[in-house]
Design a binder for this molecule. Structure first.
Ligand SMILES: O=C(O)CCC(=O)C(=O)O
Ligand SMILES: [Fe+2]
Length: 429
């Protein structure tokens, strides 16, 4: 018997209940799922190449991961989203630091970000109530349709997804951030609609959304300032200069007056608003709950992937398990109380023509404690065209967000493979 088969065998014997399961595991929705469906523990054994060699709490060199204090940005950028205001000197430095982290890491943590500690705490409580206090059949009222190209609702260890092997050791809940769409899910789960859950998700989504726009303002502002040449626009004085990407789309709509990209490099938030629409309508909140796992070295909570959206903001609890791939090596990200993890998504990589890079990351399980992470994914509208803002030497062919999302959910995302479909290969290399 090969090593993999042997380990699969170990898991299969665990599944038949020979005493290895922890009480926490036995009690969970996961155990209920495995007992009631065709899913089997051996389907959670990942290939040797993909299994985590770095454990959930094995932190090394994680102090190199940039941590950015957004304090100096918060007051100015609140106004900047309406009308660009001058940043303080310190603010300019922080913006440059953030842009550098986006370029060099595609990943950083932010503190003093402006999302209130109260709402994060309330959201953690509500998410834990959902995952831990509801009965499996209650959560299954909003089980994801495995074939859907726009996955929303609840998934548990592969149930509710099209996956058949290398199953993720996770329960997850995807909700639309738009209030009325999100509420429909709460009404399906709870007969009384659970007012507190709806209040907290709305507030969490609104606050995380606002911070994500501030970060976009900084990242896009820095990019536009650098790339004045190929990405200019109609100036405030009415002078029309060459414009690409988003601007072109607006111009086609005969909406010239609103093309307000600032040639001084500001206006990144205004440009982002064009892509993400009013109130960031297409954005998503996602809750990830990783139950304790009897064999964490054989499986993954989430396999290596890059997030497809523009930007992800993630709150993780203090257990640990998030890992990023930097220069081909996996690094565990030490949880920082109060911090939010920010990572660049594929859409921003394309929009910035590889100036910012989406980062591969994964979630590793542990055998002792459940872990909760809560994310906000800043998402373009379905019909938004994603293409490099820079007109000269684009690295990608244009595509709509809907097209990208659908091709991504039709296949299993492995690393950053989705981006390659749209990459323009330089024939001279
Ligand atoms: O739970 C984590 O740390 C990672 C979550 C994640 O990568 C995601 O939701 O896309
Ligand atoms: Fe992710």
């Amino acid at each position: 018997m090969g090593a993999l088969a042997q380990e699969s065998h170990v898991w299969a014997s665990i599944a038949t209940g020979n005493g290895f399961l922890s009480p926490a595991f036995n009690a969970g929705a996961f155990a209920a799922l495995l007992q009631s469906s065709t899913l089997n523990l051996k389907d959670y054994v990942w290939t040797e190449q993909e299994r985590p060699l770095v454990a959930y709490n094995q932190f090394e060199n994680d102090d190199l991961i940039p941590v950015i204090d957004m304090g100096p940005l918060v007051p100015c950028l609140d106004d900047a989203l309406q009308s660009p205001a001058a940043l303080s000197e310190r603010g300019v430095c922080v913006a440059a630091e953030m842009a550098r982290a986006g370029r060099e890491w595609g990943f950083f943590q932010v503190i003093n970000h402006g999302v209130s500690a109260d709402i994060i705490r309330d959201m953690e409580i509500q998410a834990r109530i959902f995952f831990e206090a509801l009965k499996p059949e209650e959560k299954r009222r909003i089980l994801r349709d495995g074939s859907a190209t726009k996955p929303m609702g609840y998934a548990c260890g592969g149930a509710g997804t099209p996956l058949k092997s290398d199953l993720p050791w996770i329960e997850s809940l995807h909700l639309p951030s738009a209030a009325e769409d999100m509420e429909a899910y709460a009404w399906k789960v709870w007969q009384d609609g659970n007012k507190e859950f709806r209040r907290v998700v709305k507030e969490f989504s609104r606050e995380m959304g606002k911070v994500s726009m501030r970060i976009m303002e900084v990242l896009m502002g820095e990019l536009l300032a650098r790339e004045e040449e190929g990405v200019t626009a109609r100036t405030a004085a009415g002078e029309t200069v060459e414009i690409g990407g988003i601007g072109q789309k607006r111009r086609r709509k005969g909406d010239e007056e609103k093309v307000e990209a600032k040639v001084d490099g500001r206006g990144g938030g205004a440009r982002t608003e064009v892509l993400v629409g009013e109130q960031r309508r297409n954005s998503v909140v996602r809750f990830n709950y990783y139950p304790p796992c009897p064999q964490p070295s054989l499986t993954l909570g989430l396999g290596a992937h890059s997030d497809p959206h523009l930007l992800t903001l993630l709150h993780q609890d203090l257990v640990g398990g998030l890992q990023i791939c930097k220069d081909g090596l996996w690094m565990a990200v030490r949880p920082m109380p109060g911090a939010l993890v920010v990572n660049i998504g594929d859409a921003l990589q394309v929009w910035s023509n590889d100036h910012y890079k989406s980062v591969e990351h994964r979630a590793v399980c542990n055998s002792l404690r459940s872990r909760l992470s809560m994310g906000f994914f800043l998402t373009p509208m379905d019909d938004a065209t994603i293409c490099p803002l820079k007109l000269s030497s684009p690295h990608y062919k244009p595509f709509t967000w809907k097209e990208y999302r659908e091709q991504m959910y039709a296949r299993r995302p492995r690393g950053k493979s989705n981006l390659l479909h749209y990459r323009i290969h330089d024939q001279t290399q």
